[in-house]
Design a protein around this ligand. Structure first.
Ligand code: FBP
Length: 547
């Protein structure tokens, strides 16, 4: 593999570990845990893995560990640092016993079911240390949920003498990890399952999981590019840039980028829902900022839009919920309807309120709402062109105002969607260290016989030395939610909290940012140099932890 000078220098980087993981460790058990909601239902579904205690690793005595074989799976969307989770896991099991082996299942959970794997040797691992991407073994979105899949997986697990499986994924994949842990525990298979919190979306977090990995690097990458756009639009002074940002349902990425770049507008889906705003309210808000800036001679600006916005406009949310249930129940009939008749078909099947809203949507957006759900039943919000929808509607609104005699200046829009650009970026120092620590912690959970736990590394705005490593029972994060028309146990998604410090910091400044051009240009991620430039956690984390 030909490498750039930066890649060569980066390969030599030794990620930092929490102090407690630098030598032998022992387990310090906390109190038994409960699920965040629906305790009785979750307890009944997970009799073997419910209620386990929180775990923290502290310095301990060295013990002789037998060699173990471990399997690892990368699941779902890519996130910077996945390779470091795997290298941390590899180094962890090798430190415990040099004869331990790591097997990687290829292209996600499907690799386990299809028995598609490779042994990850030190030569392979060394090629991927501190690099972005998931290409070491690839990723996939196959949902592990059926007993046939678990049993098929068990065949290869037994054949390779694997004692533990590490699933690196987001909320849905870790939900599946928990179900798998319970299944193998119930059948006494002798297979442990450990999860690791991955997703650029930042929505897999709670008291014990401070952030999902990849969020840091992805937000810094998007902020660099948004900063460049801001400098361009402040130079040419002729465009409004509508920038949609990945993040699925949650607006964490948009909010973090707003805190980093100080745009003129950032929409936060969770606020739109809370204030019961309609699509027209959102459009009016943006158009007013455009008109106010025009009055000052500034016919340019930036608007950040979270990709999940459409699902949070209450009327749209009701429409999508009905569509989800309807499409889940009538998938085969819908597949037979000709494309040109699908719109009319849907309109004829929905309730009166929802069919009216559906009929009022532009053709493209209406079609995007009926596209296949992902294997977890989510609308593929990345395919809905909200940035174009909003800018078109803003243009119409401004034209109306102009006719009414209001001054609106000139409005020309450019559109961007940032998502894939950041998911495989080389991990920042934060993600490189955090991911390596998560992987290393997973190896310690395995060595201590744990199953149904997620690897947890906390105190992450302090220097890595002071980070706290341990495990959280996955059942602790669960509640019951409607999926594919049925109630299912799932990890509760962490949305932006409107009473949280990051949103409050944004809300306190947004009116000024709207009118003044006080852009920040964060520049590219730096790996070498002063710690205040290279090692800072996201603004979200810093504000949440009062730093
Ligand atoms: P995960 O939740 O699996 O980490 O995926 C995150 C994400 O990047 C979302 O932000 C986005 O909506 C989705 O993946 C896009 O999915 P795909 O890669 O299948 O296009």
């Amino acid at each position: 593999m030909t490498k750039s000078a930066l890649q060569i220098a980066r390969a030599a980087y030794q990620p930092k570990l929490p102090k407690a993981l630098k030598g032998a460790v022992k387990v310090k058990e906390g109190e038994p845990t409960q699920s965040v909601a629906d305790q009785e239902a979750i307890k009944a579904l997970f009799p073997n893995t419910y209620g386990m205690p929180l775990i923290q690793f502290v310095e301990g005595e060295a013990v002789n560990m037998p060699a173990i074989n471990v399997g690892v799976i990368l699941s779902g969307g890519q996130a910077p640092g996945g390779h470091n989770v795997i290298s941390g896991l590899f180094d962890g099991i090798k430190t415990l016993n040099k004869d331990s082996k790591l097997y990687g299942f290829i292209l996600g959970p499907g690799g386990l079911v299809d028995h598609n794997y490779i042994e990850l040797t030190s030569d392979i691992i060394d090629e991927y240390r501190n690099t972005g991407g998931f290409d070491i073994i690839g990723s996939g979105r196959t949902k592990l949920e059926k007993e046939e899949q678990f049993d098929k997986g068990l065949e290869i697990i037994k054949e390779l003498d694997i004692k533990a499986l590490v699933i690196i994924g987001g909320d849905d994949s870790n939900t599946n990890a928990c179900v798998l842990a319970e299944y193998y525990a119930a059948k006494n298979c002798g297979v442990q399952v450990i999860g690791c919190p991955k997703t650029i979306d930042g929505d897999l977090k709670n008291e014990m999981i401070e952030t999902s990995f990849g969020f840091d690097t992805a937000c810094k990458t998007y902020s660099e590019v948004i900063g460049n756009i801001q400098r361009d639009c402040n130079s040419a002074r002729k465009y409004w840039h509508f920038i949609k940002l990945m993040g699925r349902s949650a607006s964490h990425i948009a909010l973090e980028c707003a805190l980093q770049v100080q745009p003129n507008v950032c929409i936060v889906s969770e606020e739109v829902e809370e204030k019961n705003m309609s699509l027209d309210d959102v459009v009016t808000y943006i158009a007013q900022v455009v008109a106010d800036r025009a009055a000052q001679g500034n016919n340019f600006g930036t608007v950040l839009i979270p990709e999940g916005l459409i699902e949070f406009i209450p009327a749209m949310k009701r429409l999508i919920a009905e569509l989800n249930d309807f499409l889940a129940a009538n998938a085969s009939e819908f597949a037979l309807i000709k494309k040109s008749h699908q719109r009319e078909y849907i309109i004829s099947k929905l309730s009166k309120e929802n069919s009216e809203i559906y009929a009022s949507l532009p053709e493209g957006v209406a079609r995007q709402l009926t596209l296949d759900r992902d294997p977890h039943g989510n609308v593929q919000v990345s395919l809905i062109e909200t940035e174009k929808l909003l800018s078109d509607m803003v243009a119409v609104k401004l034209a109306q105002w102009k006719e009414e005699g209001k001054y609106v200046g000139k409005f020309a829009a450019q559109h961007h969607f940032f998502g894939y650009e950041g998911r495989c970026a080389a991990p920042s120092n934060f993600d490189a260290d955090y991911c390596y620590s998560l992987g290393y912690t997973a190896s310690m959970l395995i060595a201590n016989g744990k199953t149904g736990y997620m690897s947890s590394v906390r105190n992450t705005t302090a220097p890595a030395e002071e980070w706290i490593a341990g495990g959280v029972p996955i059942t602790m994060m669960m509640n019951m939610e409607r999926r594919h028309g049925e109630m299912k146990p799932v990890i509760q998604k962490a949305l932006v909290k409107l009473d949280g410090a990051p949103f409050k910091a944004f809300a306190a400044q947004r009116e000024r940012w709207a009118i003044e051009t006080d852009y920040v240009y964060p520049g590219p991620i730096q790996y070498f140099g002063p710690t205040e430039v290279c090692d800072q956690a996201t603004k979200t984390l810093q504000l949440e932890q009062g730093r």
